[in-house]
Design a protein around this ligand. Structure first.
Ligand code: HEC
Ligand code: HEC
Length: 231
């Protein structure tokens, strides 16, 4: 169980690192804090309830009466100002007639830590900061370079910069022997993530891309892997 939770938080960290590596130019939302610093604080203080990917399924959530808020809920957070989010982090749920489990963090965290958390929540719930506008017109090769090479390696040798932080290797997608035994549909779902996901039992280091990439882009990636990387 512990290992799973660990594996799980890794996926979040890595996914964010990758997004960071790939999105210098893209900040369409500019919160006061720095979301990359917020991530570190988040993983220390928040993920245990809100889940490593922010969706409210952290291990501790099983024992809270009210569900920890899904921090990836774009509709909900688009109605909140940065100050609203900051205040509840600082003053806690009880100040707003919400769950006591949402503790006031203002006693423990610096003001800047809390702004960084606001920025991180904007990141989790924003999606846009990923730079979808550009990625919408990117070729499979560009998407691979931006989102995949950091683990799978530029040539698909499984030697991306992030693998040294992971206990298990990233598949060598440039290896014909490995790729040729997979059907297109198997590759598709490896990339998108399974059709229905029970995130509580996820223990995989391969991020799910279906909310970030379109179906067409995932199909293009399958062909790119098959015909270019593993040719
Ligand atoms: C012990 C569990 C727990 C921890 C730890 C925790 N939260 Fe929460 N959080 C909750 C619960 C439960 C709610 C739901 C409150 C409600 O709707 O009654 C919540 C709600 C929230 C909300 C939404 C408030 C709203 O507008 O409804 C935000 C934002 C939030 N938490 C951020 C954080 C941040 C950031 C951290 C880390 C610094 C954190 N939480 C740590 C349990 C937790
Ligand atoms: C954070 C690291 C990481 C990133 C980023 C990443 N992957 Fe992976 N990927 C992995 C790991 C680790 C595995 C092996 C999973 C396993 O063993 O279950 C994997 C497995 C796969 C597989 C499954 C191969 C098989 O055996 O069926 C495919 C296909 C794949 N990745 C494609 C991609 C594509 C395309 C991207 C970019 C959109 C990507 N990956 C980004 C880590 C990553």
């Amino acid at each position: 169980m512990k290992q799973r939770a660990f594996a799980y938080s890794f996926v979040a960290v890595l996914a964010v690192i990758i997004l960071l590596l790939s999105t210098k130019e893209s900040a369409s939302i500019e919160p006061k804090g720095d979301f990359s610093k917020g991530l570190g604080t988040y993983l220390s203080y928040c993920w245990v309830c809100h889940g490593s990917n922010g969706n409210g399924n952290g291990p501790y959530s099983l024992s809270t009466k009210e569900n920890p808020r899904d921090l990836t809920d774009q509709a909900y957070f688009s109605k909140k100002s940065d100050e609203d989010i900051y205040n509840i982090i600082s003053k806690g749920g009880s100040a707003y007639n919400k769950s006591l489990h949402m503790k006031p963090m203002g006693f423990r965290l610096e003001v800047s830590d809390m702004w960084n958390l606001v920025a991180y929540i904007r990141f989790l719930s924003g999606g846009k900061i990923v730079g979808d506008f550009e990625i919408a017109h990117a070729s499979a090769a560009e998407i691979y370079r931006k989102y995949c090479a950091s683990c799978h390696g530029p040539e698909g040798r499984g030697d991306g910069v992030l693998v040294r932080y992971m206990p298990s290797p990233a598949t060598t997608l440039g290896d014909r022997k490995i790729v040729s035994v997979k059907t297109d549909s198997q590759l598709y779902y490896s990339i998108s993530g399974p059709k229905s996901i029970d995130l509580r039992v996820s223990d995989n280091y391969m991020p799910y891309w279906k909310d970030i990439l379109s179906k067409e882009q995932i199909n293009d990636l399958v062909q790119y892997i098959r015909n270019e990387l593993a040719k």
